[in-house]
Design a protein around this ligand. Structure first.
Ligand SMILES: Nc1ncnc2c1ncn2[C@@H]1O[C@H](COP(=O)(O)OP(=O)(O)OP(=O)(O)O)[C@@H](O)[C@H]1O
Length: 246
């Protein structure tokens, strides 16, 4: 990211963000409510532009192409490479199977055997296969919240992204489901780059390689997670992680 700025109408939400996010690493985004965490990750797959008054400046280069350059990087291509999982599990009101094959079908895959294989691989990737393999054609709404969130992760994996954006993916989950998703993040980073917004600093410390601390739309500090939590270089980071504000 180079000099990334973002405005909602007249109101600026991101200020001059410069950041280099590594491949196959977990990057945590932390900061107090309203500091721009969601705005920031939704910028990475340009979903933020669904708000009509949004305006950006600067660049986000992904594998040598600026994602804002529509001619060289169609937004549909970007979104197949950069998938997203939201705060509240949001499966479609369809069967587990139909949830997973939704994206691949849009991409023109029709062959049943291929779709079956995608469902199995994606559910295995989301550590859910064993729990649901005998009920693939039941409605996803019949699953627990934690299982629904893993369906959403499987749905994201089914389009074979490189990057997975997660916006507080465990905030609606109980501690056991949270632990499962955290464990899953550790497994997924073997194959995917993960950027995760979290309110939970212990979670950031547990699962991420690098952490970015945002405050009032600015990137205050971006460092190795252990370093950021043990010896932050900015006083504002120190105040936040020690609970002095936020
Ligand atoms: N659709 C929108 N229209 C106008 N302003 C918005 C919109 N969405 C977010 N904002 C503003 O942008 C700023 C950053 O909000 P954002 O949701 O990115 O913060 P956040 O750090 O993710 O907060 P939280 O932790 O509470 O989810 C806030 O001032 C917010 O009011």
């Amino acid at each position: 990211m180079k000099n990334l700025n973002l405005w909602y109408g007249e109101s600026q939400a991101l200020y001059d963000i410069n950041m280099d996010i590594g491949e196959k690493e977990v990057t945590a985004i932390i900061g107090p409510s309203g500091c721009g965490k969601s705005t920031f990750i939704k910028t990475l797959n340009r979903m933020v532009e669904m708000v009509p008054v949004v305006r950006t400046s600067g660049e986000i280069d992904y594998r040598g192409k600026n994602i804002f350059d529509d001619k060289n990087y169609p937004v549909e291509d970007l979104r197949t490479k950069v998938g997203m999982v939201f705060q509240n599990p949001n499966p479609f009101p369809k069967s587990i199977y139909e949830n997973i094959v939704y994206g691949p079908r849009i991409h023109g895959i029709k062959d049943k055997k291929t779709l079956d294989a995608i469902v199995e691989k994606s559910l295995k990737g989301a550590a859910l296969w064993d729990e649901v393999k005998d009920r693939l054609h039941e409605n996803a709404f019949g699953l627990s919240g934690g299982q629904q969130q893993r369906v959403c992760i499987a749905r994201c994996l089914a389009i074979e992204p490189d990057v997975i954006l997660m916006d507080e993916p465990t905030s609606a989950l109980d501690p056991i489901s949270t632990a499962k998703v955290e464990e899953l993040v550790q497994e997924l980073k073997e194959n995917y780059s993960i950027i995760i917004v979290t309110h939970n600093m212990q979670q950031a410390a547990r699962i991420s390689d690098n952490t970015a601390f945002f405050l009032n739309g600015e990137l205050v500090e971006f460092a190795n997670t252990n370093t950021l939590f043990s010896t932050p270089s900015d006083k504002r980071t120190e105040d936040y992680i020690t609970g002095r504000f936020g």
